[in-house]
Design a protein around this ligand. Sequence first.
Ligand code: SAM
Length: 212
Amino acid sequence: MARIKKEYPWVPLKQEDLDGKFDMVRIFGRTGPFHIEIGSGRGTFLLNQAQAHPGDNFLGIEWASRYYRYTVDKIGRWDISNVRLIRTEAASFIADFIPDNSVDCFHIYFPDPWPKKSHRKRRFICNSNLTNMIRCLKESGQIRVATDHEEYFEQMKSVFALSQDKLEEIDFLPTAGAETGEWVGTNFERKYLKEQRSIYTIALKKKSTIDF
Ligand SMILES: C[S@@+](CC[C@H](N)C(=O)[O-])C[C@H]1O[C@@H](n2cnc3c(N)ncnc32)[C@H](O)[C@@H]1O
C-alpha cells in the first residue's frame, strides 16, 4: 500500500509569504548561522547537516517539484525544525529575496553541468550569480562546491578567479553526512563514486575588508 504523505507545514516556504525579503527571525523564529543549499535534490545533505548542527538554520532551494516534495516529506518525517524548503529558481530567488551580509554558507553540490556547449549559459556558477552570492555572504562566509564534471569545475575556477579580491580559497572539509571517501554524502556523490568518477571540490571564504 502506498504511504500517505502527510503535510509538514513548517517545512515549505512560499515566495508570497515572504513579504518581499527573507526575514530569518520570522521564518525560523530565531537568529543563528544561515546556510543555503542550491539544488537540494533529495535533501540528504540538509537532513544530515541540520541534525548535526541544530543551532544553525538551513534553506534548501530546489526547482524540480518531485525532489522538492520528496525532501519536504523527508525533513517532515524526521521532525527536523531547522530546515525550510522553497520550490523556485535559485538565481532569481537569491537576487530578489536574500539580504546583504546574511548568509554564512552557500552549498552547491553537483550542480547541473549542462555539458552541451549551447547550454553552458544555463550553468549556475557564472559571474552574475557569484556577484550576488558574495553580496549575500557575511564576512568570512563561505561558498562550497562539489562536482564530478571536470570541465565545469575548470570554468568555475576561472569565474572564482575573477573575484579573487573578494574571495580566498580555503580547505574543503567533509560535511556531517559524508562517509569514508566522501566529501558531502549526497545522492549524486554516492551515485558518481559507485561509477568511480573523480569528484572535484572547492571552498572559498569571503574576505573581510571589501569595499563594494
Ligand atoms: C545533479 S542534481 C544534485 C542534487 C543534490 N545536490 C545532490 O548532490 O544529490 C542538481 C539539482 O539542482 C536542481 N537545480 C538545478 N538548477 C537549479 C536552479 N537554478 N534553481 C533551483 N534548483 C536547481 C535540480 O533540479 C537538481 O535537483
